[in-house]
Every structure is written in C-alpha cells, then in structure tokens.
Design a protein around this ligand. Structure first.
Ligand code: CTP
Length: 430
C-alpha cells in the first residue's frame, strides 16, 4: 500500500496529499533553495504522517547548508516572521497555523550515553542516520529536480507497511535513552510492534539502566508528550512495567477518563489534568521542589500545584455538602482551577461527590452580579474593601436563586453601602 511512495509517480501522489497552503509554502522553500544551490528537505514526523495521510502542522525542514542564513534570507524575501536559535543552529518561521522548524543537516556524536550530542554539519544521509526510528527517518526532497521524491535510506516505508518500530542502528537507545519512551509512545499511537532486534535492544537498555542517566526534566518532557496521546494510561503502565518512572515513583496509574458531561463547556488543559493525577501518586519521599524542575510551562505548573492542593483539601470538605448548598459549594470550589476539579472527578472522587463538582461546574461556576465595581463607583460608592463585600453579597443572592435585574442589584448595593456607613458612624460614636 505505502510502497507506491517509492514509485516514479510518488511525487504526484504526495502533491495530492498536501493541502494547498502547505504545498505552496514547500514549493517556495524549494525554489528559494534552487536559487541558492542548496538541497532542502521536509523530514521526520511530517513525512511519516504525510504517508499515513494524517494531519501534521509541525514541519521540520533540513537544509544541506547553513539553516540560519537560509531562513534569514528566505523570511526577508517572503516577509515572514522568524526566529533564530543560535545554540542549536536552528530557526523557526511563523505561519498562521503551521510551524516550520529549520535546521542544518548534521551528524551527532554522543560523548557518553544520555548526554546531549555534539553536533557537526553534514549531509542528509547523516542527518537521517542520527534519527530514532526508520519511520521517522525519511526525507521529502523540495528542490525542483527531485520535487516531492521520498528519500528512504533505512526502509521507513517498508516498516510503515509492516507496522514496525525499528531503530536505525544498535546504539540508538544508548545514545539517547529518551528514545525508549518515544518507542513505546509511537508503538501505542500507531498500534505498531517493535521489530525483533529493537525489542532486544530495548530490553538490554532497560537492563543496563540507561534511563537513570536522564535528567528528571528530560523524562518529564517525554511524559508530557505521552499525556498528549489517546489513552496515555496504557503507555504509563508500560513505563511502570519497564521501571522507566524511577525518577518519580515505582508504580503510577492513569485510569481512562470517563467523560462527565462538562467537557464541551470547559476548555481545560488535559495535559495538566493528567499531571495532577500522576503527581498525586508520588510517594512521601518525592520532593515537591522536583515539580519546579520538570520544565513545564509556568501556566501548567500553576494549575498542577493548585490541582494537587485541591486533591488534599476538597474530598473531605465535599463529604459535608450537598448540591443544594450553593453558597458553600461555590466558595469551596471557586478557589480552584478547572483542571484540578476535573482531575478530582476523573481520578479520585466517588460518583456522589463527583456529581457535586459537576453540578457546580454546570450551574454555579459562572454566577456573578450583573453590576461591576465600576458601576458602584459611578454611583458614588467610593473604592474600598466594601465594594468586594457588596459584590459578594449580591453573588450570594444570585446563588440563592434570586433573580435580580441590574437596577435592582444597584439599589441593593446602595442600601448596603448606606448600612455600612451608618454602622461605621455608629461605631465611631461609641
Ligand atoms: N528525533 C530523534 N530522536 C529523538 C527525538 C527526535 O531522532 N530523541 C527525530 C525524529 O526523526 C523525529 C524528529 O526528530 O521524527 C522530530 O522530533 P519530534 O518532533 O519529537 O517527533 P515527531 O516524529 O514529529 O513526533 P510527533 O508526531 O509526536 O510530534
């Protein structure tokens, strides 16, 4: 089926699979490389997914030459936004929905297993040879003389066809043990199996404790990628089985998520939800400072810490409440981000308590006064703590199902403020 991508008419087939937007940009890149007499290729996951006919908007481009100056000139000719990453000799061009990452074709040498590699410029063969698996080591030529021809030195197409994950060389896992995690992730995503030698090398690398040479940050980055997959719990189970979570805990479980009927009204960061479940299972010896070393984006870190706090505080407090306790439920749950609340429902609470959170998310979470602090100030109520108190009071009325117009809320606010003033002047006279 996929062997057609090695025939003479493969370029036409490839073109038919590309969206017009991507095709136009790839043609521009290829034409520009022709003018500069450089070879240029789309590579890696983009080529794999193109053959599998799966969308992929992260396009890696390899230039046989200096990618930084290539991108600087290309971007100025096409008036595109770009960024150069000096340390890695890579560059990024920003297009509306598609990411283009450019790098120079290179060779990698690993000083010791698990180290970050020493890099030197080389040709496309070496660049493909340094990669993880055959299915990720194909290149799509973009120059006009070989336009859209697939370069497949290691049998990637054959392995896609045979549904196999195969390392390119014997030292692959030793060079970069993050590939142990990647191997399980790709096998899970595509429903592929390891080939016999890869399976042997995988087991050998586990036996040799290659995972121990990785930093907690590099393992966390692989776990984050796993959390983006469908049913990540199955991969986490395999990590546990192969003792690949030693930086965290011996045994972690991520049960499949049963939707609770709020998913379409909330836009939650699912990766953070999984991290909350994962980290809530750490043993007492796990240091909370480690969470700062995971290299997670700040916004996710904040949600995860909040979610872990919710895991400690909410279950007991919820036992005391019913769905009718609107005000108490609101104040208990409002403090926490939706990721923590969802993680509680998916992974921790029983059905009865989970329903209380669902009730809150559906009916109470967005309750707020129609008037704002500014409305109060515009109505001669001076700024101060009492504004917050007045707005809270009106929120509570709404939580008690009182239906109020904006005008009625304003009247109540004025009345409250006048009460506060009288009380203060009364207290002053005491
Ligand atoms: N790669 C590698 N070894 C690694 C990481 C990446 O050889 N440890 C190579 C592979 O050729 C991979 C490419 O770099 O295809 C890009 O890496 P990444 O974006 O992580 O992988 P994708 O294959 O694009 O995977 P995904 O579909 O998950 O984005």
């Amino acid at each position: 089926m996929y062997s057609q991508f090695l025939n003479n008419d493969a370029p036409a087939k490839i073109r038919s699979l590309l969206s017009k937007e991507v095709c136009d940009i790839l043609l521009k890149i290829g034409n520009f490389a022709d003018k500069k007499s450089l070879h240029v290729f789309a590579v890696g996951g983009f080529v794999r997914d193109l053959i599998l006919n799966k969308p992929n908007f992260d396009i890696d481009i390899v230039v046989e030459g200096d990618a930084k100056s290539f991108v600087t000139e290309l971007a100025s000719e096409f008036n595109a936004e770009f960024k150069i990453f000096d340390r890695f000799h890579t560059a990024k061009i920003y297009s509306e929905n598609i990411n283009f990452d450019f790098s120079s074709s290179r060779k990698e040498m690993y000083e010791y297993p698990g180290a970050l590699p020493d890099v030197s410029f080389s040709n496309i063969y070496d660049d493909m040879f340094r990669r993880d698996f055959t299915i990720n080591a194909m290149a799509l030529s973009l120059n006009s003389d070989n336009l859209f021809k697939i370069i497949d030195y290691f049998g990637g197409i054959k392995d896609l066809e045979a549904r196999i994950i195969r390392v390119i060389h014997k030292k692959s896992f030793e060079d970069d043990p993050t590939r142990l995690y990647r191997a399980l992730r790709f096998a899970h995503r595509f429903g592929f199996e390891f080939d016999e030698e890869t399976n042997y090398l995988f087991k050998q690398a586990i036996k040799d404790k290659r995972v121990s040479s990785l930093s907690v940050k590099r393992v966390a980055s692989e776990i984050s990628k796993i959390f983006k997959e469908n049913l990540p719990g199955t991969i986490i189970e395999q990590l546990t089985k192969n003792r690949m979570l030693k930086h965290f805990a011996q045994n972690v479980k991520i049960p499949p998520i049963e939707p609770i009927g709020v998913e379409n009204i909330l836009s939650a960061d699912l990766e953070a939800v999984y991290w909350i479940c994962f980290l809530s299972q750490m043993p007492p010896t796990f240091k909370s400072e480690t969470i700062d070393q995971l290299g997670l984006p700040h916004s996710s870190r904040v949600k995860i810490l909040d979610g872990l706090d919710a895991f400690k505080k909410i279950p007991n407090a919820l036992e005391e409440l019913t769905c009718q306790d609107h005000i108490k439920l609101y104040y208990l749950l409002k403090k926490h981000c939706i990721e923590g609340l969802l993680a509680l429902c998916y992974f921790k609470l029983n059905k009865i308590n989970s329903e209380k959170i669902v009730y809150y998310l559906k009916n109470l979470r967005l309750i707020a006064p129609l008037i704002s602090g500014k409305d109060l100030i515009d109505n001669d109520i001076p700024a101060g703590q009492h504004i917050k108190n007045i707005l809270n009071y009106i929120t509570e009325l709404r939580l008690e199902n009182k239906s109020l117009s904006k005008l009625e809320e304003l009247e109540i606010a004025k009345q409250l403020y006048s009460n506060i003033q009288h009380k203060n002047s009364f207290q002053r006279h005491l």
